[in-house]
Design a protein around this ligand. Sequence first.
Ligand code: KG4
Ligand code: ZN
Length: 338
Amino acid sequence: MYILGIESSCDETAAAIVKDGRTIVSSVVASQIDLHKKTGGVVPEVAARSHVEVVVPVIDEALRLAKMTPRDIDAIAVTYGPGLIPALLIGVDTARALAMAWKKPLVAVNHMAGHLHSFRVDPAAKKIQYPVLALLVSGGHTELLLLKNETSIKILGQTRDDAAGEAFDKVGKVLGLPYPGGPAVSRVALEGDATAFDLPRPMLKEDNLDFSFSGLKTAVIDVVREELGKRPSKKQVANLAASFQQAVVDVLVGKTLRAAKIVKPKLLVLGGGVAANTLLRESLKNAAAAVKLPFLVPPMNVCTDNAIMIAVAGSLLARKKKFTAPEKLQANPNLILT
Ligand code: KG4
Ligand code: ZN
């Protein structure tokens, strides 16, 4: 079964073709990073205009790279939420039009389900034992989830304020780094000393599985104001970036281990844009190994927004014939994972 995935929920226009729910045939991502650098963040209407320009060429390119024609596609999977409504609408309308023109079934995919199931592209995911514990960390979400089987999802914990990616982005801005903050903070952190600043590890010791990152962000802002001043040195910025990154990773790893102790999963997976962070990937891998828990994280380009994950999650629904009639498909900016 070949699924064409389409993703346009934020600032990436992406299309991908995935075979049998796990083999990547082709993947194209048109990033709008350069466009949003000017404003230091995503302006929804600007993002939508760019999606309109590139969505059809991106889909064409995914077919060309796969050496396939629309006739070879079995179903079209598209992100219908959560995300920025003007951006989501472009992918949704395009998928609807293609499904009707090509006479293909349509699958509506939750963007976060895409991140959740992205680990399935790993060859080791061919045989999965449940329950699976998942840590999802993106620009808008920070969640610990329990997958009891392919489709039954239980939320164990989530952020009470900022998402991990959002905290990275805001700290990047405060440190004067370019958009998007996450990759920039982790890049300069490489040169820094993670013990230079004593930052809080919010909620790490609390007996629950929730997160909070806004206090940590405020602590960084306070350090910039009170200790670094208007013209911090490169070393100071690197040290603060490294100290912040370490604090986030300590909390994410600590809470995930706490969850693992409670739910005793057979597999731990990591997904979402922040899962592209090397320190987090390595720290969680080592922590899982220490408690002999199998661990999977997709390659970095399948962690940040892409359409492979939409095709992967879409194929789970397509296999169960959970299709959506084109005229019924509606973008939902506030969609939650159920
Ligand atoms: O999943 P994603 O691409 O989009 C959303 O669904 O939100 O996640 C984007 C987030 C942004 O906050 C970005 O700064 C963060 O992921 N991110 C990173 C890294 N790469 C992307 N955060 C930390 N380290 C990275 N290397
Ligand atoms: Zn995402």
